[in-house]
Ligand binder design. Structure first.
Ligand SMILES: Nc1ncnc2c1ncn2[C@@H]1O[C@H](COP(=O)(O)OP(=O)(O)O)[C@@H](O)[C@H]1O
Ligand SMILES: O=P(O)(O)OC[C@H]1O[C@](O)(COP(=O)(O)O)[C@@H](O)[C@@H]1O
Ligand SMILES: [Mg+2]
Length: 320
């Protein structure tokens, strides 16, 4: 049913967003639809930063991090007038639907726009994996692999100096990156917002394993805990081990996407176009039981996601 669709990226960039944009564009063209790119998230919709897309517009981007459409946060879209202006703009350009690649904030905008008669499909694009309706978000795998590689390097210097390295990873309020990366790098402890932690117990464990000859340590802390410097200072004070903090920061958001991110981004982009083709909007595409599916946006936003508690048990039983 849809004849002309738009695609935008919104919120924090994530590796694999380009693969998703490419899939949306090519799948739509293959179905005889017109496609436009909307630059800088909802800002581009309001400001008319619209580009016509053809197959070549998305050439040579599947392997690139970041987003060729740029991304932004758009405060104006949080109020009704902003969304109304966006819907009017869509009608002016003749858009029959939009694919919104972003996080939960972006999906709220997509729900509002859908309610005003513009069918929108949300694709989960964020390194944090903090979107409840999906087991997996585009960018998560690449970010975890980047963090793992960086921490492997940090381990070299921690080992050489008999130090403890406390490494802060991203994740906003979630600890999914932290627990998985912590397990992958063999950290002694992982501290996340989801789980209570006991610094005395962590320090006691360090002192115990020092007796078996261990002289360097890795502690992974999720940014959402908000106490990386304080934890670093306390570990040094309590154990006597020289301790350094490293905040990995935006390095985790960049870089060429992994196979997993490219494949899932492509599958999700393709699925989004299949929905819009049928005139279906107000849905988020996600992964459930390892399969691509779609769900109502409001329902998606009201879901909760279990934390990976079992990984803690494995970490604690293997890191000593
Ligand atoms: N409650 C909301 N209603 C409408 N639009 C919203 C809402 N929250 C966020 N947005 C839009 O989505 C954009 C991205 O949201 P943000 O939370 O920053 O990132 P993310 O989508 O990655 O979670 C915001 O800048 C705004 O334009
Ligand atoms: O780049 P900024 O604006 O400092 O935002 C940092 C935040 O963005 C992220 O990298 C990604 O979050 P979103 O995808 O929700 O934007 C978080 O891990 C981090 O807390
Ligand atoms: Mg978010």
């Amino acid at each position: 049913m849809a004849k002309k669709i738009g695609v935008l990226t919104s919120g924090g960039d994530a590796p694999g967003m380009n693969a998703a944009v490419r899939a949306v564009c090519r799948a739509a063209l293959a179905r005889g639809m017109e496609v436009v790119g909307i630059k800088r998230g909802y800002n581009g919709l309001l400001n008319g930063e619209i580009i016509e897309m053809n197959a070549r517009t998305v050439s040579n981007i599947i392997q690139r991090g970041g987003t060729c459409l740029y991304t932004a946060r758009c405060p104006e879209f949080r109020n009704k007038e902003g969304v109304q202006k966006g819907a009017d703009k869509c009608r002016e350009i003749g858009l029959d639907g939009i694919v919104v690649i972003g996080g939960d904030g972006s999906f709220r905008g997509a729900a509002d726009l859908s309610a005003m008669g513009i069918p929108c499909i949300g694709l989960p694009g964020t390194i944090d994996n903090d979107i409840s309706c999906t087991e997996y978000t585009i960018g998560y795998d690449t970010a975890m692999n980047t963090a793992m590689e960086m921490i492997d390097k940090i381990r070299d210097t921690a080992q050489s100096h008999d130090r403890c390295s406390v490494v802060e990873v991203m994740g906003r309020n979630a600890g999914y990156i932290a627990i998985n990366v912590g397990l992958a790098v063999g950290a002694e402890a992982v501290i996340t917002p989801e789980e209570d932690y006991d610094l005395d117990a962590i320090c006691a464990k360090m002192q115990k394993v020092m007796k078996s000859g261990k002289t360097h340590f890795l502690i992974v802390v999720a940014e959402g805990v908000g106490k990386t410097e304080e934890i670093t200072k306390l570990i040094q004070e309590k154990t006597g081990v020289e301790t350094r903090a490293t905040i990995l920061g935006h390095v985790q958001r960049g870089g060429s996407p992994t196979v997993r991110d490219r494949v899932i981004a492509t599958q999700m982009g393709y699925h989004a176009v299949e929905l819009l083709e049928k005139g279906i909007g107000n849905r988020v595409v996600g992964m459930r039981d390892n399969k691509i599916y779609d769900v109502d946006i409001q329902e998606a936003l009201s879901m909760t996601k279990p934390f990976e508690d079992e990984l803690y048990a494995i970490l604690n039983d293997t890191a000593f």
